[in-house]
Design a binder for this molecule. Structure first.
Ligand code: PEP
Length: 248
């Protein structure tokens, strides 16, 4: 089983989001054991959950607030997304970290909030181009893994990690499969060292219908997190078709 997750970011407005979910819910997809999910615009969560009822698609939030309920202007909590029918939540996506200044500490609190409210966090980690070029990739990944997971009470809950090199997100400059597999081995070993168990690790960064199968063919790449190519039916459906080849 491999994961194919689509992060629709803020590419689509409310109507466009509902329309894409409607199209995907009615699409004929090949038989496969892929685990599929999308992460829609927050205000369209409810209709997307409803449209995907009885389909293969799960739904997640693109972010959560770690605060529960109350006087938190502009926040939407893990509890509320869970009540709406979400199964997953992206936590610490690079755009949250780099555009909105989300800290490692905030990421950890969001992971804890997800676990307390029955959401599976998809914890995004990855280095910038400057960190990679200066040889600081490992150091950055270790810092992100330790701050996210050290001492965390997982209570046997599911957690997914997404390795998303910042330089590969939305750039068309996907990480070479061999390089991604090497980094996944490193990340996997660090996670084992930190929490004493392994977690599924997805690759994200300019994945498309052409390259998806090469990532999924690596044993230590548990799936893909897709941005741009997931936000249109005519790129996402072929990507899912190509990915389905992995279970044949
Ligand atoms: C992402 O935003 O998580 C992502 C991987 O984007 P893209 O596929 O567009 O690089």
């Amino acid at each position: 089983m491999k994961y194919v997750f689509g992060n629709w970011k803020m590419y689509l407005n409310y109507e466009e989001t509902v329309s894409l979910a409607n199209t995907l819910a009615g699409a004929t997809l090949p038989e496969s054991d892929l685990t599929l999910a999308v992460f829609p615009l927050s205000i369209a969560t409810k209709p997307v959950v409803d449209l995907f009822a009885n389909t293969k698609f799960g739904v997640g939030s693109q972010n959560v607030s770690w605060t529960p309920k109350g006087a938190y202007t502009g926040a939407v909590s893990a509890l509320i997304y869970s009540e709406l029918g979400c199964k997953y939540a992206l936590v610490g996506h690079s755009e949250r970290r780099h555009v909105f200044g989300e800290t490692d500490e905030a990421v950890r609190r969001k992971i804890e909030a997800c676990l307390q409210n029955g959401l599976t966090p998809v914890v995004c980690i990855g280095e910038t181009k400057a960190e990679r070029d200066s040889g600081g990739r490992e150091e950055r990944l270790i810092a992100q893994i330790e701050s996210a997971f050290a001492g965390l009470n997982m209570n046997g809950n599911e957690i997914i990690v997404a390795y998303e090199p910042v330089w590969a997100i939305g750039t068309g400059d996907a990480c070479d499969v061999e390089e991604a597999a090497k980094v996944h081995a490193f990340v996997g070993a660090q996670i084992e060292k930190t929490i004493g168990r392994s977690l599924p690790i997805l690759y994200g960064g300019s994945v498309n219908a052409k390259n998806v199968l090469s990532y999924l063919s690596e044993d230590n790449i548990a799936g893909v997190l897709v941005g741009n190519a997931s936000a249109k039916a005519d790129t996402f459906v072929p990507l899912i078709d190509a990915a389905s080849e992995i279970s044949k």
